[in-house]
Design a protein around this ligand. Structure first.
Ligand code: SF4
Ligand code: SF4
Length: 349
């Protein structure tokens, strides 16, 4: 089927029509450096006005994961006493994540697989089932930290309902699912002409020329490269710089470890159970009963994170634990780069 075309001038009206039916979250401009107006910072937020939406955004500290898997989420409420009556809390409402980059689409597919396997997670899956995804294609890498082409996240074949490709004063609109069809019914689209298709071809060629492989090996070899590096001195060398702050985990779009707290009312009559992001880079993460900590050293924790990203999540879910978005490197105060770490361990075997 030929793609459809939406004029950029009609984008706001489409978003407004969607917002009448679903809560819309999208990238918005957060702040600019006063010294340099080109230093733009973007973030994912619920929008009140379609004019806020910035589909020309580059990177965000946190991805759209936070709408599916919030940093802090009440999962159960209960009363205290002989009849505790625990009740699962499933808070969800129809959403559209509007303007999701291909790497974040791929990361959401990893979360879908992780939260569906073994014991399915009803809290994540309820939100996910209520969420439509409109993706926006990338013409060029966000910055030097991303390596999405290597990690296979630049060209997702699924995981979105609609894909927009920006070109000049129009978007090409690819409808992927029946939900996507329903979303696009609200848009003022027209069939693509021959000239449109030529312009789309030009976009695809320019995109191909703008992205380059950065790892010196194919990603399919990463699990065995990691296996061969388990006892490498590289882990200790890199971990000496690590502050064990956990920022790499909390910004990662595929990390899904959590801890739970009980929040009990002061009169001790009721409470709720809250789960929140946890980080395998923090000292207490691997502490068990009796005070034993099976990943006490920072080097073993750092190695564990790299193994999670490059092997363990893949082994468990069939999907990569890293999509090459570069968020962990951007967030790291010690300039520890997962891409450089993979390159280093490949050379240290
Ligand atoms: S963000 Fe950097 S310094 Fe902080 S835990 Fe991760 S690797 Fe270590
Ligand atoms: S490990 Fe780093 S580069 Fe990979 S998906 Fe997570 S934040 Fe992005």
């Amino acid at each position: 089927m030929l793609p459809l075309v939406l004029n950029k001038s009609d984008l706001g009206a489409w978003i407004e029509a969607l917002a009448a039916q679903r809560r819309v979250a999208a990238p918005v401009l957060k702040e600019t450096s006063p010294a340099d107006r080109t230093d733009l910072k973007f973030g994912w937020e619920y929008i009140a006005d379609p004019a806020e939406v910035r589909l020309d955004y580059t990177v965000t500290v946190l991805g759209p994961k936070k709408f599916l898997w919030p940093a802090r989420q009440t999962v159960m409420s209960y009363q205290i006493g002989a009849d505790p009556r625990p009740t699962a809390v499933l808070d969800h409402e129809p959403h559209v994540l509007f303007g999701v980059h291909p790497c974040d689409v791929t990361a959401i597919q990893t979360l879908d697989a992780a939260f569906s396997k073994d014991i399915a997670d009803p809290h994540y899956l309820a939100r996910r089932a209520d969420t439509a995804i409109v993706s926006i294609d990338c013409a060029a890498p966000c910055d030097e930290t991303c390596f999405c082409l290597d990690m296979g996240s630049l060209y997702p074949e699924a995981g979105y309902d609609v894909m927009l490709t920006p070109e000049g004063n129009r978007f090409f609109v690819e409808v992927k699912t029946p939900l996507g069809e329903a979303l696009v019914e609200k848009a003022k689209v027209r069939p693509a002409t021959k000239q449109d298709m030529q312009a789309r071809q030009k976009f695809a060629e320019e995109k191909r020329g703008n992205f380059h492989f950065q790892l010196p090996f194919e990603v399919k070899y990463l699990p065995e490269i990691l296996d061969a590096s388990y006892d490498s001195l590289v882990w200790e060398a890199i971990a000496r710089r690590c502050f064990a702050c956990g920022s790499c985990n909390t910004t990662c779009p595929t990390c899904y470890c959590w801890d739970v707290d009980d929040d009990v009312a002061v009169d001790l009559t009721k409470g709720c159970r809250v789960r929140r992001y946890d980080s395998c880079q923090l000292d207490p993460f691997a502490e068990v009963a009796g005070g034993e900590n099976f990943r006490k050293d920072r080097s073993s924790r750092l190695r564990h994170r790299m193994f999670r990203k490059g092997k363990y999540i893949l082994d468990q879910t069939g999907r990569s634990g890293c999509v090459g978005c570069g968020r962990c490197e951007r967030a790291c105060v010690a300039d520890i780069s997962i891409k450089e770490t993979f390159i280093q361990i490949a050379g240290s075997r």
